[in-house]
Design a protein around this ligand. Sequence first.
Ligand code: PDD
Length: 294
Amino acid sequence: MPRYIYLNGQYVPPSHASIHPEDRGFLFGDAVYEVIGCIHGHLADETGHLDRLERSLSELHMPMPVERETLRFLMREVLRRNNQKNAAIYIQITRGAAKRDFKFPAPDTPQTLMIIPYDFNFDEQAAVHNGVKIKTTNDIRWKHRDIKTVLLLPQSMAKQNAVDNGADDAWMVDPDGFVTEASASNAFIVKDSKIITRPISHDILRGITRTAIEKLCHESNMALEERKFAPQEAYEADEAFNTSATSLIVPVISIDDHQIGNGKRGKIAKFLYDEYRAYAEGLRGKQVHWEPGL
Ligand code: PDD
């Protein structure tokens, strides 16, 4: 844990931080979150993450607890107090604490806002070079996966199941037999130089990293096909990879014990990783907006 986190107006050591027992994030999972990478002092795609945070909140009829500019300041201030340049910044906003009741509390109930900047070394991620093994599993989540809520038990169970079966991560599969996404990242396969990923819908979270990959593919004249794919097709892919704000672009080297390609990081995963790193650091505060696409 970092030395300081931000919680409801204060910068406190984690051991001094306390959340009310009736906080609705704790009791109902009534909360949204974001994870933003701070890479060499630059908040990668910050605007997109804040766009998605505001959209997640509005879908749950929750306001932003502070202005966007204030949130931008709070993130930087907590990083400064921890002397951090490389971090995964976790932001969580809940509907606040109220007597346990399924209906929402009064709108003036103070929300909980917490920021935890975890130390994160983006330059030394073994998985980026070595890849990860995937185990597929049924997607048992609710129907609004486009909203980034803290209802993460299905993803946690999927990941644990993968680890229990000797893999590193899970790809979740919908009732029609198509891959939705990984436990905490978007899933891609590559066949004959074509990059394939599931179209935007309520079935998946539209990743900010994925959105950048869409743009990079377009700019590099690389074919990106948005369509569903099943595990069987993925087993025969030339490459596969996952994308997220922390893992960035992580190659998938096996799926359900089927080796993908030559079992090593593929050319396209490496190319996109290098392009994404240059893109993310090159942004330097440039506003790149994100839209839900629904
Ligand atoms: N997860 N899909 C799911 C289910 C996710 O949880 C995430 C991110 C993504 C990728 O989104 P982005 O590219 O904006 O990070 C896709 C974060 C990293 C997490 O929960 O830690």
